[in-house]
Design a protein around this ligand. Structure first.
Ligand code: BG6
Length: 483
């Protein structure tokens, strides 16, 4: 792997503390960082290098799953870390930052390979990118890369404007848009699951699949993000990015040879085949919901409108369920149901593939349930296949049996670890390409517009449930139920 400087904007922010430093440290323990590696953290706080190193150590201690195993290594890791105080909106400060980076490069004999990670509020992203350009930080003799976090725009138009600005400084190949769901090991595994198992590959199509259900339910509420969330809702916060990415990863046809360009083409093909929801069909295919007070695991929680800093008249969506069709030869007539929401009864991200069920007419006096392939993404990671089998201990009645595999959570690398490692190596397979992002916004845009109309139904659901009853009707209409 090339030696490089990792320049982190927003180094004293929450994401850096919880995810980025712990992930870098875990990679360090696994010897997956380049031999010459320098981290320059920037932020507004006035910190010395020593004080910043203490801050990073604290973050690693608290959030790295590996800290106790690598306790003796932390000092060595911290040697790579330095701090540079700056106001990212002031273009004058970038000269000094460049100077600090060059000093480190000279000292450690690092070629001018620079990875810029923008872990900052969305309004600073384009400012920083253009200052990287005008300040000369991007004119390197080596390579440059940019990692950015979501949200990528607020709607189609703002996403296009942002992308236009970024591409003034970085080429598409240099931009790594993080969608952390693409870093989840079981999402990355979907490709292998279908390609390395001919029996599954043979079934992964409309001849055998009755429907596909993708759920990402959370028990948390709006937390301390009222300002952002009340403007975004589940549709922008989860659906436009994570849910549609999971849909692409599940539905894509496997390329004959696995490589970045081919995988991407297949994902894009799915997005292009996603049947557009004309306004008149949104009512029958999209359910928006908002949580009311309720109980989650015996703990009473307040309703969305009573959350601090939420407008008491807010019609924001904290839940969304959508039925979509993919006009692609693989998925002719197969409905895909997607749902995500806050304050639901459990934290669970899973994909359920329900297979067609012709045998229900053969076994008329017994309840034979359909075969299901369940991919558990989080918090548990695993796969289970539900089959039917006679039970000799119960009068040979047919009962469901489960073939289960689950991973040992502690040993599985986290999404950020996998994604950072890929970005360090220049592998963008599991990052969102602009075309995917733009197509997702295009698809979602009519729904955003309909949500602006206050007459569009907002279904309330008590916290601690799996969302409004209306979302069950989406499936019941087609003779199915959520699994
Ligand atoms: C983030 C959303 O992208 O994903 C959050 O902004 C959400 O609102 C989070 O809670 C869920 O991620 P995970 O990995 O906990 O499922």
């Amino acid at each position: 792997m090339d030696s490089m400087t990792f320049i982190l904007f927003g180094a004293t922010g929450d994401l850096a503390k919880r995810k980025i430093f712990p992930a870098l440290y875990n990679l360090f323990l696994d010897k997956k960082l380049p031999s010459s590696f320098s981290i320059v953290g920037t932020g507004r706080s006035n910190l010395s290098d020593d004080a910043f190193q203490i801050y990073v150590e604290e973050s690693v201690k608290t959030f790295s799953r590996r800290f106790s195993q690598g306790e003796s290594k932390i000092k060595e890791f911290l040697k790579t870390v330095r701090y540079h105080k700056m106001d990212v909106t002031n273009s004058d400060g970038y000269d000094q930052l460049l100077h600090a980076i060059q000093e480190g490069e000279a000292e450690l004999n690092i070629p001018e390979n620079r990875l810029f990670y923008l872990s900052v509020a969305p309004e600073f992203v384009d400012v920083i990118a253009s200052n990287i350009n005008s300040g000369g930080l991007g004119s390197t003799k080596g390579w440059k890369r940019l990692i950015i976090e979501k949200p990528f725009g607020h709607d189609l138009q703002s996403a296009q404007v942002l992308n236009q600005k970024l591409t003034e400084t970085f080429n598409e190949e240099e931009i790594y848009r993080i969608d952390h769901y693409l870093g989840k090991p079981m999402i990355q595994n979907l490709e292998a699951l279908a390609s390395a198992n001919p029996i599954l590959q043979a079934l992964w199509n409309h001849h055998y699949v009755a429907n596909v259900q993708i759920t990402a339910s959370e028990t948390v509420g709006v937390e301390e993000r009222a300002h952002y969330y009340d403007q975004s809702g589940a549709i922008r916060d989860m659906f436009q990015n994570h849910m549609l990415q999971m849909l692409m990863m599940t539905a894509m046809q496997l390329p004959k040879t696995l490589n970045i360009a081919k995988t991407r083409q297949q994902k894009i093909k799915i997005m292009k085949s996603l049947r557009p929801l004309q306004k008149e069909f949104i009512h029958s295919n999209v359910i928006r919901g908002q949580y009311e007070a309720g109980k989650i695991q015996n703990r009473s929680v307040i309703g969305y409108k009573d959350e601090p800093d939420i407008n008491a008249a807010s019609v924001n969506d904290t839940f969304i369920a959508v039925r979509v069709w993919i006009d692609h030869e693989l998925w002719k007539g197969v409905p895909f149901y997607l749902r995500t929401g806050k304050r639901m009864s459990k934290k669970c991200t899973r994909i359920v593939i329900e297979f067609k069920h012709p045998l229900k007419d053969v076994y008329t006096d017994e309840e034979v349930i359909p075969n299901l392939l369940v991919v558990e993404i989080s918090p548990n990671e695993g796969i289970s296949l539900q089959l039917n089998s006679k039970n000799p201990l119960n009068d040979n009645k047919i009962e469901p049996i489960f073939i289960n595999f689950s991973t040992n959570q502690k040993e599985v690398p986290e999404a950020y670890e996998l994604l950072l490692f890929d970005a360090l190596q220049g592998d963008s397979t599991f990052f969102a390409h602009w075309e995917e992002v733009e197509l997702s916004w295009k698809w979602v845009q009519p729904i955003l517009e309909v949500f602006n109309d206050e007459r569009f139904p907002l279904h309330f659901y008590p916290a601690g449930t799996m969302g409004p009853a209306a979302s069950n009707h989406l499936l019941e209409d087609d003779g199915f139920k959520w699994w």
